[in-house]
Design a protein around this ligand. Structure first.
Ligand code: ADP
Ligand code: MG
Length: 714
């Protein structure tokens, strides 16, 4: 019954055909289908088509009898005959119904579209194989839009137990390009090209890792001979895909290290040592020490540092930044620290001025609201070198801001800045300054490997000692009175409270109404003069916002009602309760960031997640995860599983994540192995010039020639 054995032999004969040939030339495709395939799926030539992989497989070894059918909505196949055809209903609402029978019973096949074409092509009383989902209606089973094939054809075709299902689009489906058509195209293609695929991995690797050869994998991915071969083919092709991505990322890193020279900070001098010995307000955690060592190693070499520092909210990234800047100063360089918002920049400025108050260091603040007179001083002292450290917002990126000798640029909360802005920092000195990017949004390991695989990454994975972990509780809206009582008790103890409302663009009006309604009910529940309530939201003038924030910071108000503007906002150690309204509407990372606003002081802190009863299963998972853990990395992993990599990273880096067959969430293990192999290959042979890496080199050149997707990562 299986015809592929015949195909297999001819297919192994090497007969070079140009895979760049347009699929319009493939038998049965033609110009109009070719155009559609290009538009809908990006399939333009033979190579695109062979590399278009199924996204699942179905077992088609089993046939059902009509009297065995069950209303469980699974895909099944039946052998039987069409005994009658009729059209029911008028014009637009009409449908074509076929009576379909086998020796055990009768059911119906139904078409709502394409009735005319189907009516003409169906042969009455000839055995067919029909395939689709059967459902029960009026005691009769019916199968809408079945795949149909005459039994004689079915037997002739290249077919295996595991039937591939190709990803498709609605438009293709409507134009009659069904999965069956895809299978046919693939079969025609394989018969026509008769090609032995070039092995892309070194022989030694294929042997050592017991990988399936490229040709065998390519064949079995489209026409799996067995479950085992399918599994091995999937593994092989995923591995290959991830391997070549890692190879590019790691090579990029090596090239940068070799080519992009940076300033060498040779010594650790008085600035650093005096501060470290006499003014450091606490002992560094081991994680902070480890990270500082990694940074010192980078800036002490002659290559430019490009390091990402990840550390959860409150893990103490600021002190690491300060110590690194002092090393720059020790080597007669200037340093800058850039934050995404003015509030954060001011906060950094105040904190760092306080830390360095006993040190002979000049520090200034530059933001959008800096006065012209201040700017003049900043511009001048930056150019003379009298200003050592400039803290600011993206105002620092402006071309007018010229340093005498910038050696280190630190960027806080990197996800808020674009790559282009970061690149601007590179132009601020003759050689690019060292760049340290700090983020409190942990990036899951697999994602970090894929997207930032060419960056160096440091992680602060430990909180300063004595920090009480935040207790997180989920409460339904119906428990609000209990929550209010808790708030009253905490205020009695002298604590402050945040109450946050969601603000999601599409429903802005409604959200503001929620916020204002909430505010009204809060001031009713917590009336003057005993209680003072602040409110801050995006529609307020910056001046008013700042005023209200400051009242809360100074402890004049006990409750801060806000939209998510406080997400990367102020540091109020006395605030010990974070209440998040409609928490089911927030994403995980946002919930985690909000929670990080409390737990900054010595008191036990709480995060209360308010929600309605009605929760989607994703929302349940999010809230449950928040209740179960405070670990940002664990939360990021769950977030990745729920949302997928594209949503997490935005479109910016989608090129790297645009995988044909692998999935960085599900194939994390393969990714790790591929990365390890790429590392070990490049360690021995960084420019892939050894003879045993010839194939890898060829493939590498091929891939990098076609796509410059790496250009936008730095
Ligand atoms: P983040 O990583 O969120 O930027 P910060 O640098 O603002 O964290 O640090 C959070 C708080 O922890 C600050 O008040 C800081 O002074 C304090 N801190 C940082 N490192 C330590 C440490 N090793 N021991 C004690 N407190 C620390
Ligand atoms: Mg910080």
């Amino acid at each position: 019954m299986f015809a592929f054995d015949y195909l297999r032999t001819t297919y192994l004969d090497v007969l070079k055909i140009n895979l760049q040939r347009s699929i319009a030339y493939l038998k049965g495709v033609g110009p109009s289908r070719a155009e559609l395939l290009g538009k809908e799926l990006g399939i333009y030539n033979y190579a695109d088509l062979v590399n278009f992989f199924p996204n699942r497989y179905i077992d088609r070894t089993q046939f059902f009898k009509i009297n065995q059918l069950q209303p469980n909505n699974s895909e099944i196949q039946i052998i039987g005959k069409v005994t009658a055809l009729r059209t029911i209903g008028q014009k637009r609402g009409s449908r074509l119904v076929a009576t379909f029978s086998d020796e055990t019973g009768t059911m119906e096949l139904v078409w709502f579209r394409g009735a005319k074409w189907i009516k003409d092509s169906i042969k009455i009383d000839k055995p067919y194989v029909v395939f689709g989902k059967a459902s029960l209606f009026n005691k009769t089973y019916n199968m809408p839009h079945p795949e149909m094939e005459l039994l004689v054809e079915y037997k002739k075709n290249l077919r295996t137990a595991m039937q591939p299902v190709y990803p498709s689009t609605e438009k293709l489906g409507n134009k009659g390009i069904t999965n069956r058509v895809f299978q046919k195209m693939m079969q025609t293609l394989f018969e026509e090209i008769n090609i032995e695929f070039q092995e892309t991995l070194a022989e030694g690797i294929v042997e050592e890792l017991k990988l399936l050869g490229k040709s065998e994998a390519m064949f079995n991915i489209h026409f799996p001979k067995s479950q085992e071969l399918l599994t091995r083919s999937l593994y092989r092709l995923k591995f290959e895909e991830l391997f070549f991505i890692q190879l590019q990322l790691i090579r990029k890193k090596i090239i940068r290290k070799n080519k992009i020279k940076g300033y060498t900070f040779e010594k650790v001098g008085d600035y650093f040592n005096n501060f470290y010995k006499s003014h450091l307000p606490f002992d560094l955690t081991n994680a902070q020490k480890k990270v500082l060592k990694e940074i010192r190693k980078d800036i002490g070499s002659n290559a430019q540092m490009n390091r990402l520092l990840q550390g959860d909210v409150g893990s103490g990234k600021t002190i690491v930044a300060v110590l690194s800047m002092l090393i720059a100063l020790d080597n007669n360089f200037q340093a800058t620290l850039i934050a995404p918002t003015e509030i954060l920049a001011i906060q950094h400025f105040n904190a760092i001025v306080e830390l360095l108050q006993k040190m002979p260091v000049n520090i200034m603040l530059l933001t959008g609201s800096s006065k012209t007179s201040e700017r003049k001083i900043i511009h001048k002292t930056l150019e003379t070198g009298d200003l050592h450290i400039l803290i600011g917002t993206h105002a620092v990126f402006e071309d007018k801001v010229i340093f005498k000798n910038l050696g280190l640029a630190i960027i806080d909360e990197q996800h808020r800045f674009g790559v282009a802005q970061r690149a601007k920092m590179w132009m601020k000195n003759n050689l690019p300054p060292h760049v340290l990017v700090m983020t409190a949004t942990p990036i899951p390991r697999t994602l970090a490997m894929s997207v930032y695989g060419d960056l160096d990454i440091s992680v602060i994975d430990e909180l300063p000692p004595g920090r009480k972990s935040i207790k997180t509780i989920h409460r339904f809206d119906s428990n609000r009175l209990g929550v209010f009582k808790f708030v009253r008790d905490e205020i009695e103890l002298g604590r402050q409270i945040y109450i946050v409302y969601p603000l999601i663009k599409e429903s802005e009006k409604l959200d503001y109404k929620d916020l204002m309604d909430g505010y009204e009910s809060i001031i009713r529940e917590f009336p003057l003069p005993k209680y003072q309530v602040s409110i801050v939201h995006g529609k307020m003038k910056p001046k008013d916002k700042g005023f209200e924030m400051q009242r809360f910071v100074r402890g004049e108000t006990q409750i801060m009602v806000a939209t998510t503007v406080i997400e990367v906002g102020v540091n109020v150690p006395n605030a010990s309760v974070m209440i998040i309204e409609s928490s089911e509407r927030f994403g995980l990372s946002q919930l985690h960031q909000l929670r990080g606003r409390v737990g900054r002081g010595a008191d036990q802190s709480y995060c209360i997640l308010m929600s309605s009863f009605k929760l989607t299963s994703d929302a349940k998972t999010r809230l449950q995860t928040m209740v179960e853990t405070n670990d940002g990395f664990q939360i990021a992993e769950v977030d990745l599983k729920l949302r997928g990599p594209g949503d997490l990273m935005g479109t910016q880096q989608s090129g790297v994540l645009d995988l044909k067959i692998a999935d960085i969430v599900k194939d994390a293990n393969i990714l790790q192995q591929a990365r390890n192999l790429a590392l070990s290959v490049l360690k021995k042979d960084s420019d892939l010039s050894h003879p045993e890496n010839r194939r890898i080199r060829n493939t590498y050149i091929q891939i990098t020639k076609n796509k410059a997707i790496w250009a936008n990562i730095s």
